[in-house]
Ligand binder design. Structure first.
Ligand SMILES: Nc1nc2c(ncn2[C@@H]2O[C@H](COP(=O)(O)OP(=O)(O)OP(=O)(O)O)[C@@H](O)[C@H]2O)c(=O)[nH]1
Ligand SMILES: [Mg+2]
Length: 328
């Protein structure tokens, strides 16, 4: 199933109900005055952010959202009932754009509500138009139409830290080791098809970590799963770039590291400005001297690395320590 993080929908607020034209008809009152009531206002359309939601999937299935129309006014000055509002629930971190790509709102807090389209006002009944000159007006106001808008929603998950790296680098394994998340892990590339969020608890802090699908060479041109998922880490404060040490070959590790840097340069260069920790993963299956050689090779290129194993927990505490320092 495709992970949906962009959705286009149409929203329509309710039309106002028409005001009524009516005259009092009562026994013994020969010339009853006007008594047409007001039409009810149309319903409004709201967006509401929910931490419990993680995708825009639901909005992909239903494309049009319409609030109820107001009801026309009635006799005896009866106002028509207001149309019911509708509220569209979206994940926290969803940005709302209009059809000209203007950002209207960015809902980040749980239960945050945004009025996107106001219902049309109900029309006044003929009673409202009676004057000393015209005591029996035969007209009333129509209700105003609701608003119709085409909206584009874009989800950018709210995470403090993003995990990047080639497929199979061990991103999901690390997320699982340090957070409450239980992502799918497997020994083949592209196991992760959509982002996973996990919460790392460190003393009194909660750090949200996003594990995104692996990037490969050409991702910026759509190879593999493409680079679209990078939008989710565009708002992180720090990154962990995972490089697998599985091959035991220093040059290969550095080349793998550079593939990611080069793809980021092509697609989301601003992400490279985020403070980044480079982690050499799978230390448990490297020989100690390989581990040392690779680390020194990276250092000689001016890249500091911390070698870890998410399986045995080797140096995971050091990685977390560095991360906390970086986020300060
Ligand atoms: N020995 C060892 N294996 C590891 C370690 N970390 C990950 N692996 C293995 O490497 C493989 C890939 O791990 P994943 O965590 O799925 O890798 P990923 O980076 O999330 O991969 P994609 O989702 O495809 O991008 C799995 O078979 C893991 O068990 C580690 O520290 N030590
Ligand atoms: Mg994964």
């Amino acid at each position: 199933m495709k992970f949906v993080d962009v959705a286009k929908i149409k929203i329509v607020s309710g039309n106002g109900g028409a005001g009524a034209v009516s005259f009092r008809r009562e026994k013994y009152v020969p010339m009853g005055g006007p008594d047409g009531g007001r039409g009810g206002d149309g319903g409004d359309v709201y967006f509401r952010a929910k931490t419990s939601l993680q995708t825009l999937m639901d909005l992909h299935f239903k494309r049009v959202y319409k609030a109820q129309n107001g009801t026309a006014g009635g006799r005896r000055n009866c106002s028509g009932p207001r149309g019911s509002d509708i509220t569209i629930d979206i994940p926290c971190g969803t940005q709302i754009y209009d059809d000209e790509d203007v950002l209207l709102a960015d809902l980040c807090e749980d239960e945050q509500v945004f009025l996107i389209a106001k219902g049309g006002r109900g029309g006044a009944g003929n009673d409202a138009f009676a004057t000393s000159v015209n005591r029996a007006p035969r007209y009333a106001q129509p209700g105003l139409p609701g608003e119709e808008k085409f909206i584009r929603l874009e989800l950018k998950l709210l995470a403090d830290v993003g995990l990047i790296g080639l497929p199979n680098a061990g991103k999901s394994t690390l997320l699982k080791a340090v957070t409450n998340a239980s992502p799918k892990i497997a020994s083949y590339p592209f196991t992760t098809l959509f982002p996973n969020l996990g919460v790392l608890k460190f003393i009194d802090r909660e750090i949200i970590i996003a594990d995104i699908p692996g990037l490969i060479e050409g991702a910026s041109e759509g190879v593999g799963l493409g680079h679209d998922f990078l939008r989710h880490i565009s708002r992180t404060k720090a990154l962990i770039h995972l490089v697998s040490g599985e091959s035991g070959d220093a040059q290969e590790c550095l080349d793998n590291y550079k593939v990611i840097v080069s793809e980021l340069t092509k697609s989301f260069p601003e992400i490279l400005t985020h403070p980044t920790i480079v982690a050499l993963t799978k230390a448990d299956i490297m020989f100690p001297d390989q581990n040392e050689t690779i680390t020194e090779f990276f250092n000689s290129q001016g890249i500091e690395v911390v070698s870890i194993s998410a399986v045995t927990g080797h140096q995971i505490d050091i990685l977390i320590q560095k991360l906390v320092e970086l986020l300060k």
